[in-house]
Design a protein around this ligand. Structure first.
Ligand code: PLP
Length: 436
């Protein structure tokens, strides 16, 4: 499969280059030149298949030309060591729980898949050179833990997670500072934007790039965002078993729009979803685009659902390209919703009181958008993108409860923190990396 850049000014790439480089030379996002439909027989039998088997069919439709069959099968099965169930909330609203992975958030699938696919490509390219590939990732919380755990113990790859000192919750911090092995946590004396600037400067520094092989693992990478489509095929299969799959509305709490973009790719592969809702917090750039046809990025606003605090969603470029830049096509298939913190808290309280289900602040946006936007005859599924215990302080305060911390999360909290202290000056970061 060939990949082109959404900016149209970079050379066509193959999958290996798209995965290793992440971003095209013209700073556009890589797009596959075509998306194949899956056969009717697959959808006819999907309800009898496991999450892993469904995912392998989808992966093979997408990556089959570029990855050996056995290797791809191993990558998929090794990535999906956990389930992705649907739970009933009301008669017509269901939730797709995307938080059963190692760090209890949906980014686990993309991070694990990318680590294994990158390892596969390095293994082929490096048979002589044996150079370590270094992944740099800046995080305000969730991305760092998913990437660190996804790449943990993967041979030939070292991960540096940069995070702002004192600005990440203790529950999040322990998920990437206690791992050791090939994961180094770098505690930057600054804010998230400083971390991101250090990473960007590193990619642009010629001397550093000669000294070590650098790559990124953010959600613009084809290997990170696309595997999330597995979730949506599984949702359809599980809803079909329940006899509820005929008029499905899929609602995705969105920040950088990588997750919903993978669902839209699934739709292009033939997945029978009637329409989509992108649920946002107070960061309403996409919502406004749907109303006006104008895309106007803003600075991000801090909210209760902080993994969605994005003022310029990077995957918008992919959605725009996928539908031929047509506002009409985009707004016919996707609608939007935007909620302030008070509305998010209200949705969490209402859902808990009436159904007993504990939402996290991100999922709560999705739940509320379905409550307000579902038409008669439709069945809605919203993604629960993280386990509520990841946001324990907020959830406890809003619901007046003391939510249990799952054993997996507790285990991280018992580990010993290891981190490297760093100033926000690039010269210091560079000097550190030059000694590695
Ligand atoms: C990353 C994240 C999101 C947003 O996903 P995008 O793919 O960036 O749209 C939503 N919820 C949680 C919990 C997240 O970690």
């Amino acid at each position: 499969m060939k990949y082109y850049s959404t900016n149209g000014q970079a050379p066509i790439a193959d999958l290996q280059k798209a995965v290793v480089k992440g971003l095209a030379e013209d700073r556009g996002l890589y797009m596959p030149e075509r998306i194949e439909k899956l056969p009717k027989a697959f959808f006819d039998n999907i309800q009898d298949m496991t999450f892993q088997d469904i995912a392998y069919n989808v992966a093979s439709n997408f990556f089959g030309e570029d990855v050996d069959e056995d290797a791809l099968q191993e990558i998929v099965y090794d990535t999906l060591q956990f389930d992705c169930p649907v739970a009933k909330i009301t008669d017509d609203i269901y939730t797709l729980e995307l938080f059963h992975g190692p760090t209890l958030a949906f980014k686990d699938v993309g991070a694990r898949f990318m680590a294994r696919l990158l390892r596969y490509f390095i293994g082929r390219a490096n048979s002589v050179a044996h150079r370590t590939v270094n992944v740099l990732v800046a995080t305000s919380g969730d991305t760092g833990s998913a990437v660190a755990n996804g790449f943990l113990g993967v041979e030939g790859i070292h991960v540096y997670v940069l995070y702002p000192k004192g600005k990440v919750s203790p529950i999040q911090e322990c998920q990437f500072t206690t791992l050791g092995q090939n994961i180094t946590a770098i505690e930057v004396d600054g804010v998230f934007d400083d971390c991101q600037t250090l990473v960007k400067s590193a990619f642009m520094d010629a001397e550093l790039n000669e000294h070590m092989m650098l790559t990124s693992a953010n959600s613009i990478n084809v290997a990170r965002f696309l595997p999330q489509a597995f979730y949506y095929f599984n949702a359809y299969a599980r809803m079909k078993t329940l006899g509820k799959a005929d008029n499905l509305v899929m609602c995705v709490p969105s920040g950088n729009f990588g997750n919903i973009c993978s669902a839209l790719f699934g739709h292009e592969m033939g997945l029978p979803i009637k329409r989509f809702i992108a649920a946002n917090n107070a960061n309403d750039v996409f919502f406004n685009y749907l109303q006006t046809g104008k895309y106007e990025p803003k600075a991000s606003i801090q909210t209760l659902a902080n993994a969605m605090d994005v003022g310029n969603p990077s995957n918008f470029a992919r959605i725009y390209d996928l539908y031929g830049q047509s506002h009409e096509r985009i707004s016919a298939l996707i609608s939007g919703a935007t909620y302030k913190d008070e509305q998010i808290a209200e949705a969490m309280q209402q859902c808990y009181k009436q159904t007993g289900y504990i939402l996290d602040p991100h999922g709560a946006c999705g739940y509320r958008a379905l409550q307000e936007g579902l038409q008669p005859g439709e069945v809605g599924v919203f993604c629960e993108t993280a386990h509520p215990a990841k946001f324990k302080e907020k959830v406890d305060a809003i619901l007046g409860i003391d939510i249990d911390i799952p054993a997996r999360l507790k285990a991280f909290m018992e580990g010993e923190k290891q981190s490297v202290e760093m100033s926000k000056e690039f010269a210091d970061f560079k000097a550190y990396l030059m000694h590695q």
